[in-house]
Design a binder for this molecule. Structure first.
Ligand code: SAH
Length: 348
């Protein structure tokens, strides 16, 4: 424990560890080291954000995807996926409903679907911003060209989420078909940041072939890239993918890493993800207690919710639905935090 204690103290003051030190902190973790990390992560989060938790209304605009990521339930080769796409009008209706519920950030996420041209997306983004100038728009639509990202930014999009998935290029190649490239993904992230988006990266915990050394690389990448947001959640297998029989990631390690990331970047916007809530009934709460300060309830039309199935049993109703915000608020209050009606930008 002494060794771990000194690593945790070093992380708290220097916001950085070497790759070997990250490996040591992860491999030798104990309930005590997790507790200490949680306490320190919570302290720094409270210094910056108090006990507030930001909410985002997640609108899953399309499950058509040209990619074939081996882990993902909406991959192109999944013939059992019942495909849908939302129209501009449907997306705007989701925002109308979300605004009434107190959401001030709308996240549009989807597969890489060429149907959504720059023109169509820019029209949707600018209409949302025109109707709701006090709201932020986040996009999570995968890899696009620099020109496309620029147009979307100019149309008013504030933030972009693009998980790097893994910072190890060899590992990236095992999770993705040959056509997809690690370099392209990393370049997209750099471009997004350069353009001026509040940018989010992130990775899955416990994805197939992932080693502790690879997680250490993810943490190093997060240190260096300095994302505004960072989405991490456990890998959960999907029955119609090549990884159907692989083991899923754990809530315990996910929470441990949430605390570490909070200490690396005290102000980072860190969601307690749906995947974490899916594998553990109290996952959302555990994530917040570990240092997360964002939750993203589902605001998609109920008719399509089940169809955006990235992994088995993905939650989309109950506490995951935007409509249950009051209930979610209660659960969050019961652990000492509170949901706020706020754009929830990063505090710099
Ligand atoms: N097309 C967009 C959105 C992808 S879905 C993009 O490329 O960014 C959003 C995230 O869900 C992915 O980045 C991935 O990290 C996560 N995800 C996909 N399949 C998953 C699975 N089986 N288990 C856990 N997370 C998964």
């Amino acid at each position: 424990m002494n060794k771990l204690l000194s690593l945790i103290e070093k992380l708290e003051t220097e916001h950085s560890l070497s790759l070997d030190e990250y490996v040591c902190l992860i491999e030798n973790r104990t309930e005590e080291s997790a507790q200490l990390l949680r306490e320190k992560a919570d302290k720094v989060r409270r210094e910056i954000y108090g006990n507030t938790v930001f909410i985002r209304g997640l609108i899953e605009i399309s499950n058509f995807c040209k990619n074939d990521c081996l882990y993902c339930g909406i991959r192109r080769s999944n013939k059992n996926c019942d495909r849908y796409r939302l129209t501009k009008e449907e997306i705007l209706e989701c925002c109308d409903e979300g605004y009434g519920l107190g959401f001030r950030t709308f996240v549009m996420q989807g597969g890489e679907d060429a149907f959504y041209s720059d023109e169509l997306l820019c029209g949707i983004v600018s209409r949302i911003k025109e109707k709701y100038p006090d709201c932020a728009v986040t996009l999570s639509l995968g890899e696009r060209s620099e020109e496309s990202y620029r147009k979307l930014y100019e149309a008013g999009a504030d933030r972009y989420l693009l998980r790097h998935e893994t910072a190890d290029s060899g590992h990236y190649a095992k999770l993705h078909p040959e056509k997809m490239s690690f370099e392209t993904r990393m370049n997209c992230l750099k471009t997004l940041k350069k353009i001026g988006f509040q940018t989010g990266c992130g990775f899955m915990v416990g994805s197939p072939y992932q080693t502790t050394e690879m997680i250490a690389k993810d943490l190093k990448f997060i240190e260096e890239f300095k994302p505004d947001m960072c989405g991490i959640g456990p890998f959960v297998p999907h029955k119609d993918t090549p990884f159907a029989n692989e083991k899923g990631g754990s809530a315990e390690l996910t929470c441990y890493l949430l605390s570490i990331i909070r200490l690396i970047h005290p102000a980072v916007l860190l969601p307690s993800t749906t995947a974490l809530g899916t594998i553990d009934g109290n996952g959302r709460e555990k994530g917040i207690l570990a240092g997360a300060n964002v939750v993203m309830p589902n605001l998609s039309p109920t008719s399509v919710r089940k169809k955006y199935e990235l992994y088995n049993n993905k939650l989309s109703d109950g506490n995951e639905s935007a409509q249950s915000k009051a209930n979610l608020a209660k659960r969050i209050e019961s652990i000492g935090y509170r949901i706020v009606t706020d754009r929830g930008d990063i505090k710099k």
